[in-house]
Design a protein around this ligand. Structure first.
Ligand code: ZN
Ligand code: ZN
Length: 129
């Protein structure tokens, strides 16, 4: 069982399955939402994601049909969700455990912060691959 939580502890979750490959997203909306150079994310099946209390979350529709869910109290980004999908896109900074997934790629490098240098050998895609 893999566990995660927000900064204040109001939101906790468990994952009763595997976490997908790790993607580092450099898009402008991720950078703004996370207040960081990029966000590291991975897919988790809805059926494997067990949230303690959905009332503790707020969401923001950052692009049409895609909502970003975060703790209403402390602001930790927990996951994003596209309409009509059966998985969510977990924000890996909220994990308390090692997901034991592999890093796969960087995406939206076309929108990368100019003050951040990617320094590894992962594939880099200008937009979503
Ligand atoms: Zn919180
Ligand atoms: Zn992004």
């Amino acid at each position: 069982m893999i566990t995660g939580s927000c900064l204040c502890g109001n939101v906790t979750y468990t994952i009763s399955g595997t976490v997908g490959d790790i993607v580092h997203c450099h898009c402008t909306t991720c950078r703004k939402a996370h207040g960081s150079a990029f966000s590291s994310v991975a897919a988790v099946a809805d059926a494997h994601f067990n949230l303690s209390d959905t009332e503790q979350l707020k969401s923001f529709e950052s692009s049409k049909g895609k909502k970003r869910y975060f703790c209403a109290n402390c602001g930790t980004q927990v996951y994003a969700k596209r309409e009509n999908t059966e998985h969510l896109i977990l924000r890996l900074g909220s994990l308390d455990d090692d997901p034991e997934s592999s890093e796969k790629q960087h995406i939206w490098v076309s929108q990368k912060a100019p003050w951040y240098s990617i320094d590894n050998n992962l594939p880099e895609h200008q937009e979503f691959e």
